[in-house]
Design a protein around this ligand. Structure first.
Ligand code: AN7
Length: 351
């Protein structure tokens, strides 16, 4: 049977109302790519897989949650949706709303959204509004306005977003024919870690047995769950997770505790170094936030706090590198310009 998207594939396992009317871009079904060279570089002796969520239709994992949230909203007769976003939710909401024939409004923190995400939201026809404040300010505003007006909220506070995002855990278990030992992923507003943990718990004993330990990773400048208090002015190169008051923070901490895992922070330098390593060793280019899970794994292994030997580890790479090209091109040496003559080319290549 041809693939017909997440609701068609995993619908019976998702808690969605009967009125739900599927809106799909055939999201999900993303590859689980063995990363042999990277595992060796990190010390070896374990199996490492990358769940490459950047290959979803709008370039991030948000599409899993958005197919569910927009499908539910459409069935309820909703005509306008709204979200606050560091960029990926905005692009995803805009695309699925377009497909459903709805209007979308997205609030983004001024000047802190990567080019590929902003361009996406505009291309899909969203009304884009910049807030002279943080993501957290924008989230507070969309919650308030959606209570007051007939505009539906599609941030991960919306329970159907979590239902949709559980499917990534199902796919991983189906791909490995068991749960992995560890799951490493970035944590921002904490919807995704909540969804994975719910998904793994639901699938345990239903189809395959076992539960992973969860390693959630925040950026050091935006690490409220590590610090134990909100961060008023979060700052990180990984703008996707530049979030100081995660909406599902409590659930993220529960997921870490129940799974006998943990939530840690890594520096921007570690994040950018891992982004580069992954691209150069494995040919997988992800946006900075998406490298945070792996950066956290590397951090723990290097600190001797993690016994990886014999383990099967899955790292979630949440968004595509094309979302944020400037991280790579800014400050780089411009590629050399060569005259259109063979000799000039030979000089450059052969020295
Ligand atoms: C690439 O788009 O919050 O912990 O508004 O874009 O579920 O928030 C994005 C989050 C990780 C963190 N990786 O996931 C938004 C937004 C990427 C992301 C996260 C985000 P959550």
């Amino acid at each position: 049977m041809p693939y017909r998207g997440l609701l068609a594939h995993y619908g019976p396992l998702l808690d969605l109302p009967a009125h739900t009317r599927p809106v799909t871009l055939l999201e999900g079904n993303t590859p689980l790519i063995p990363a042999v060279s990277l595992a060796r570089q990190l010390g070896g002796g374990f199996e490492l897989y990358i769940k490459y969520e950047g290959l979803n239709p709008t370039g991030s994992f948000k599409d899993r949650g958005m197919t569910a949230a927009i499908s539910e909203a459409l069935g309820r007769g909703v005509t306008t949706v709204i979200c606050a976003s560091t960029g990926n939710t905005a692009a995803s909401a805009a695309a699925y709303a377009a497909r459903a024939g709805m209007k979308s409004i997205v609030l983004i923190p001024q000047g802190k959204v990567a080019a590929g995400k902003l361009a996406g939201a505009i291309a899909y026809g969203a009304q884009v509004i910049q807030i002279d404040g943080s993501f957290d300010d924008a989230l507070t505003m969309v919650v308030e306005i959606s209570r007051k007006h007939p505009i539906s909220l599609v941030n991960s506070i919306n329970p159907y977003r979590i239902e949709g995002q559980k499917t990534a855990a199902f796919e991983i278990c189906d791909g490995l024919e068991q749960a992995p030992d560890w799951l490493c992923l970035p944590v921002g507003n904490a919807g995704n870690i909540t969804a994975y943990w719910a998904g793994f718990k639901q699938y345990n004993n239903l189809k395959w047995s076992g539960l992973p330990h969860i390693l959630g990773v925040q950026a050091a400048g935006a690490a409220p769950l590590v610090l134990g208090h909100p961060v008023e002015h979060p700052e990180t190169v990984a703008t996707a997770i530049r979030i100081g008051k995660p909406a599902r923070g409590e659930q993220a901490l529960e997921a870490a505790e129940e799974s006998a895992g943990r939530i840690i922070a890594v520096s921007d330098e570690e994040i950018v170094a891992m982004q580069k390593l992954l691209a150069r060793l494995e040919g997988i280019w992800v946006e900075p936030a998406s490298a945070a899970g792996l950066a956290g794994l590397a951090h723990e292994i290097a600190a001797g706090k993690f016994d990886a030997r014999g383990r099967r580890i899955v790292a979630i790479c949440t968004g595509h590198g094309l979302k944020d090209p400037e991280i790579v091109t800014q400050g780089m040496d411009k590629p050399k310009i060569v005259a259109p003559q063979l000799q000039a080319l030979e000089e450059v290549i052969l020295g």
